[in-house]
Design a protein around this ligand. Sequence first.
Ligand code: HEC
Length: 184
Amino acid sequence: MNSYVNMGIGALLGTVFVLMSVSIASEGLFHSEVPEKPGFEIAAAEPTEGGEPAADAAPAMVPIADLMATADAARGEALFKKCASCHSTEKGGGNKVGPNLYGVVGRPIAHLADFSYSGAMKEFSQGGKEVWSFDHLNHFLLAPKKYIKGTAMGFAGDKKDQERADIIAFLNSKSDAPLPAPAK
Ligand code: HEC
């Protein structure tokens, strides 16, 4: 009698074992669809990756020549208020927190002997070979810390194309020899 019980239990366990195996196997079948998922996820993630510019890629910009064609120095003078706490544009006006900007358009970058520029700004100037062109100013004023990583200029940047062009036109007017606007 005892052995019958044992056999019964044995059979039962056997059945359970078989059922478990089947269930594991069928789960395996079920899960065989899973490998397709990552591929789908990558495809889904692509639009975001493709849509955003890569971190180090320069954002697409309206050419500076186009912006300068409609720039206005008088508007720029009013806009320069956001720079005036740190910069003078007067000839002989001296430096403030930032260097004097009289004649800065076309001037070699980090040029003033009596201003202590950051290492980043000095490096960017390549020993004075690089000058403040309309284009450099446009990029720098859009995002100072992105364009010259490590600059000491504590200004977040001006995202508005026309405002930057107006400010550059104003800066260009504060000069002994204003430069002609860049050709289109
Ligand atoms: C909070 C202070 C601050 C504000 C606001 C600021 N700047 Fe500056 N700026 C600086 C400092 C400091 C430097 C020197 C940066 C360095 O050495 O890295 C500088 C450098 C510059 C230079 C380079 C000058 C040279 O001699 O090479 C230009 C051009 C300039 N600023 C333009 C502007 C304009 C235009 C604005 C307003 C839209 C502005 N800055 C707003 C502090 C400021």
